[in-house]
Design a protein around this ligand. Structure first.
Ligand code: BEZ
Length: 254
């Protein structure tokens, strides 16, 4: 792992900046959690994940930070990005710093390297120097710009030891929403919406397949009869409950 040298700090505090899953999955042994942002970067789902939201055979996609000056030279389908990359800074208890650094190395290594960047607390005050994990373009897991629909399909079908890739995406969207009214990220929201649409499409396809399977086993007439029965039962139930409601209204108005 390549390690930048941290700039001199006023004290020995160790702060960690989270812009991905760390936002809602805190590191161990922190004693402060502050929402805020860093600048000079763009958050993108451009890092392959073989150990958390995918496998070596079928890597998923997770976020990394791209230096803004590098990103500006690329052709990205998501052509704009907020100046502030929102996330949270965690302060680690001094007596646990070595332990946490070791834990983070194990947990996050898959292509990410350690960097340091100033973090701006949302409530104002001096910037804090934070450690941040970045999958830079020279790492093996870096994927680079992708067509948003293809990326959404990829996220939708990926899963790894930490769970479904889509839950990571939706988890990030929800976690960002909670930080501040201005912490939304169009790249994350657009992908989330696309994956929701894919999930709905898939659900419909499954329903249709189910109906097809039933037709193959019991015959189309029986499927039609079952659907009619279902319709009548629902209709009767609605009629029944509206009569009950009517009686209830009459009783109370007497
Ligand atoms: C994050 O949540 O900020 C993060 C964690 C590990 C690697 C990259 C980002």
């Amino acid at each position: 792992m390549s390690v930048d040298v941290p700039p001199a700090q006023a004290d020995d505090e160790f702060w960690l900046f989270g812009y991905g899953s760390l936002i809602w999955k805190p590191p161990p042994h922190f004693d402060r959690r502050i929402p805020g942002w860093v600048t000079g970067y763009v958050r993108r789902f451009w890092q392959a994940s073989e150990d958390h939201r995918g496998t070596p055979e079928a890597p998923g996609r997770v976020v990394t930070l791209i230096s803004r000056s590098y990103w500006e030279q690329l052709t990205d389908h998501h052509g704009s990005a907020p100046n502030k990359v929102w996330g949270v800074a965690y302060r680690i208890k001094p007596d646990r710093v070595a332990e946490v650094k070791e834990y983070l190395d194990i947990r996050e290594i898959n292509g990410y390297t350690i960097h340091y960047t100033p973090f701006h607390p949302a409530r104002g005050g001096e910037p804090i120097q934070t450690l941040v994990y970045i999958g830079t373009p020279d790492n093996e897991q870096f994927v680079g710009p992708q067509d948003p629909q293809a990326l959404a399909e990829h996220i939708y079908r990926s899963a790894g030891p930490s769970g479904l890739n889509r839950d990571y995406l939706w988890g990030l969207e929800a976690a960002l929403d909670e930080l501040s009214p201005e912490s939304g990220d169009e790249h994350v929201t657009d992908l989330s919406n696309r994956v929701r649409a894919i999930a709905a499409r898939d659900e419909k396809e499954k329903e249709r397949e189910q109906i097809g399977l039933q037709a193959a086993t019991v015959g189309p007439e029986q499927v039609l009869r079952r659907e009619q029965q279902h319709h009548e039962q629902t209709h009767d139930f609605r009629r029944g409950s509206s009569i009950d409601e009517q009686e209830e209204t009459e009783k109370t108005s007497r």
